[in-house]
Design a protein around this ligand. Structure first.
Ligand SMILES: Cc1ncc(COP(=O)(O)O)c(C=O)c1O
Length: 373
């Protein structure tokens, strides 16, 4: 099956004897005891809709199994909790700030972390210690769209027997399949493109092998219980059916918008891996089938111009998050705070699938208004 077919059929694990075409929603938290293969007991442990969601995402990433969680952070948390206490993790310097905060606060005193520039694989070995267990990659990264070479990093990590996990939220399985590039685990915040409509919170892990470490992760899922509801699983599985086509439309719009912004006198710099002058362009081209639809850019002006530009837009909501069909925009330092090192002129944009001409005309008028005296 090709990716578009997997997206539509991969989540239909229909067991109902009436043979509905679509997997029904099973809200029951408990199931009658049965001693047969495939029977279920209790929804925290297993549920038909969660099974559907895990099956389709596992197939899309080319994995052996998947574990769904109630948020992207809960998925990352399960990986960290599955590590032995006192482990050392190497993570990207431009890591999604919520995940970084999770490591720095909840895991403080339990796990050691170093945040490293993973766009330079040649310096990775300098950060590896005797207790390093995990290399956490995020590519493209949030919010600077840094590109890390998964294959090169995984090769070095494997030489040191490290586990490799990759947060592929910005890429989706449609544009990047990290397991084929050397990652052991791929993670997504399914709140983003996988949901696609800004109305479901979720996270997913997909594994290359069903090994001991994976069993530890499944144990965190089943016992710590941060699992998604059957309803959320149903809607995520439904959303995935259109994911390949949504991603094509998202990426086509983002390409045009990145070019548009790159030619604007009011813009200092555009961070989009599909632009030939982006530092990670060649690596992105080699490991992604398209460049995604997230981009950031620096306004050539002050914080007032930046906020005025955002405020004048009609079709872009000034809101955090990403991956929905509607375009979102935000001044990123508002979210990450003054100590994050993020410039006050940095705007992050999640390009939606509206008509691109409408989006560009909207930005054109907002630039004029933002720089008017
Ligand atoms: C790259 C990335 N990873 C993980 C997460 C966390 O996902 P969630 O908000 O679903 O917990 C986010 C959220 O913005 C993200 O952008």
């Amino acid at each position: 099956m090709k990716i578009e077919t997997i997206a539509i059929h991969g989540g239909n694990v229909v067991s109902d004897t009436l043979k509905p075409v679509i997997q029904p929603i099973t809200l029951s938290t408990t199931f009658e005891h049965q001693d047969q293969e495939g029977s279920m007991m209790y929804t925290r442990l297993e549920n038909p809709n969660r099974k559907s969601l895990e099956a389709v995402l596992s197939a899309l990433e080319g994995g052996k199994d998947a574990a769904a969680f109630s948020s992207g952070n809960a998925a990352g948390n399960a990986v960290f909790q599955a590590l032995p206490a006192g482990s050392h993790i190497i993570a990207p310097d431009d890591m999604y700030h919520g995940m970084k905060m999770l490591l720095q606060t909840v895991f403080s005193g339990k796990i050691e972390v170093d945040f490293v520039d993973l766009t330079r694989p040649e310096i990775l070995h300098k950060s590896i210690k005797s207790n390093t267990r995990l290399l956490w990659i995020e590519t493209p990264s949030n919010p600077l769209l840094k590109i890390s070479d998964i294959k090169s990093l995984a090769t070095i990590a494997k030489n040191h027997k490290l586990l490799v996990a990759c947060d592929s939220t910005f890429a989706t399985p449609i544009f990047q399949q990290g397991l084929f590039l050397g990652a052991d685990i791929v993670m997504h915040s399914s709140t983003k493109y996988i949901s696609g409509h800004s109305d479901i919170l979720g996270g997913i892990l997909i594994t290359k092998e069903k090994n001991d470490f994976w069993e530890r992760i499944k144990n965190v899922q089943r016992l710590a219980g941060a699992v998604p509801s059957p309803m959320d699983c149903y809607y995520l599985t439904r959303s995935i059916k259109t994911l390949p086509y949504r991603m094509k439309a998202h990426a086509a719009n983002a390409r045009e918008i990145a070019e548009f912004l790159n030619n604007k006198k009011e813009v200092e710099k555009v961070f989009y891996p599909g632009l030939k002058d982006h530092e990670g362009y060649e690596t992105a081209k080699s490991q992604m089938s398209d460049f995604g639809a997230m981009l950031s850019f620096l306004i050539k002006g002050n914080i007032k111009n930046t906020d005025r530009f955002i405020g004048e837009l009609k079709y872009f909501s000034d809101a955090t998050s990403l991956g929905g069909v509607e375009s979102l925009i935000e001044r990123r330092s508002k979210v990450q705070g003054p100590d994050s090192g993020i410039s006050d002129q940095l705007i992050r944009m999640s390009v939606g699938i509206e008509n691109c001409e409408d989006l560009i005309n909207d930005m054109d008028q907002a630039f004029v208004a933002a720089f008017k005296n």
